[in-house]
Write a protein that binds this ligand. Structure first.
Ligand code: GDP
Length: 447
């Protein structure tokens, strides 16, 4: 997703600061260069990148890290704060009567977004209507109607009327029983003056409460000019970034948000009306920095635990936290994690874990690939209850027997036992953490 690379490369660079309590100019330079490289690669506007990196370097050098903070945490906090500051809170959209005008280039995803937003408002319990004023693009009416139908929301358009302003006015009247009006406008291939004139006229007639600019995530450096022109014409209150399911990094959105001094309202990630989510700054930046999104994690954990619990009702996470970690616990964890995705990625989503405990573990401690997991599961299926409960009892002769029984090699067994020991040690660290994130998370899993 957006700026995916930034997290991993930035964390790599920040890792070099681990253990240092003071930060040198050179250290800061290196971190800042890494941030610049990643942001430029993600298509963030060059001057914005320079501005951001200047702010980060001067703060990192000028500000005294609070007592007990490592150099790494100090820089990370500054980077986080500057990025959060840049994207800001999500665009305010009160759940009450309002009219929203959508602007953007042709193909940016306006028509799709109009229906998606209407669907989103309807799920919030409001009655939305989509008004399609695009008289320019053949097929716009049919497409908009079809999407509004699939979102099961009211729709107004008039394929026989050529004046978009008249359609907007008639549409507001015809759908006056709706609470949220979403007015879609025509886009053109480039920013032509008549498009700007037209949208100004529609804006006058509609008098919207919100003016949102719809941007394709792939827009890149072009975002700046577009955002400026639309902002000058109608004033932009918020940005919707579409097509985040594609390969584009979405850096243009940061530029647009900065240029229009606006915020991000929604993210679009697919072609159906349900592929929309409300923008959420902390999650967005956490993901950006590879530091994770607890909300998303908790949901995934809960889902995986629900499924696993159906299979293994006698497994109690409390035992694992308090007592001895056994191979049974490990098998249970693996099954749950298998459903959530790669273990490292999951750990990254826990605030404080990605940049904290995980760093203290050897690189491969959590690197259990799907294939290795399968082999480990096969091996554990061949073990006795006693061996699962007390893996330390597995000596050479049992290793040979288990390898034969499971059709794997003795090295596989040793690897499994090594993995077990590593996880067991990691867990001991968690156990020693008191009322830590991990324990709280485990409690949530239980509940
Ligand atoms: P408009 O010209 O701005 O109204 O753009 P449309 O809504 O017609 O979208 C242009 C194309 O992009 C259509 O084929 C949409 O299905 C597609 N599209 C819009 N939003 C998304 C999205 O979030 N993800 C993907 N994959 N496709 C999208």
């Amino acid at each position: 997703m957006v700026l995916d690379d930034l997290g991993s490369s930035l964390r790599g660079t920040l890792d070099k600061l681990r253990g240092k309590s003071r930060i040198s100019e050179e250290d800061v330079d290196e971190v800042v260069k890494e941030i610049q490289r990643s942001l430029l690669q993600a298509d963030v506007d060059t001057s914005l990148v320079m501005e951001l990196s200047d702010d980060i370097s001067s703060r990192a050098l000028d500000e005294e890290p609070p007592g007990g903070t490592t150099a790494r945490d100090h820089v990370l906090r500054i980077v986080y704060e500057e990025l959060v500051d840049l994207v800001g809170e999500s665009t305010e959209l009160p759940l009450e009567e309002q009219t929203i005008l959508l602007a953007g280039l042709q193909g940016s995803g306006k028509t799709t977004t109009a229906a998606k937003m209407a669907w989103w408002f309807s799920k919030k319990g409001l009655r939305p209507a989509v008004i399609q004023t695009d008289t320019f693009r053949p097929g716009a009416y049919d497409q908009a109607k079809q999407m509004a139908d699939s979102a099961e929301v009211s729709f107004y358009g008039d394929p026989d009327e050529s004046d978009p302003v008249a359609i907007a006015r008639d549409g507001l009247e015809a759908t006056s029983d709706a609470e949220v009006h979403i007015v879609d406008t025509a886009g053109r291939h480039a920013l032509e003056d008549d498009l700007i004139d037209e949208i100004e006229d529609i804006e006058d007639a509609v008098d919207p409460d919100r003016r949102l600019l719809v941007l394709d995530a792939a827009i890149g450096q072009g975002a700046k000019e577009q955002a400026q022109r639309f902002d000058d014409a109608i004033g932009i209150d918020g940005v919707v970034i579409t097509k985040l399911d594609g390969t584009a990094k979405g850096g243009g959105a940061l530029t647009a948000v900065n240029e229009t001094e606006s915020t991000i309202a929604f993210l679009g990630s697919g072609e159906t009306v349900k592929d929309i989510e409300r923008f959420e700054p902390s999650g967005f930046i956490s993901r950006l920095l590879g530091m994770g999104d607890l909300k998303q994690l908790t949901e995934r954990v809960e889902r995986a635990m629900e499924e696993t619990d159906e299979e293994e009702e006698d497994w109690d996470p409390e035992d694992m936290l308090q007592g001895e970690f056994t191979l049974k616990d490990m098998r249970h964890q693996m099954k749950a994690l298998d459903r959530m995705g790669p273990l490292g990625q999951v750990m990254d989503m826990i605030p404080g874990m990605g940049g904290n405990i995980m760093d203290q573990l050897p690189d491969d401690a959590m690197d259990v690939t799907q294939e290795r997991m399968r082999t480990f599961e096969t091996i554990m299926d061949s073990m006795t209850e006693g061996e699962l409960e007390n893996p330390r009892s597995i000596g050479q002769s049992r290793t040979e027997r288990i390898a034969r029984g499971s059709g794997t090699s003795e090295d596989d067994i040793r690897e499994l036992l090594q993995q077990y020991r590593t996880m067991s040690q990691a867990l001991k660290q968690f156990q020693g953490m008191g009322d830590s994130d991990m324990q709280r998370m485990m409690k949530q899993m239980e509940g």
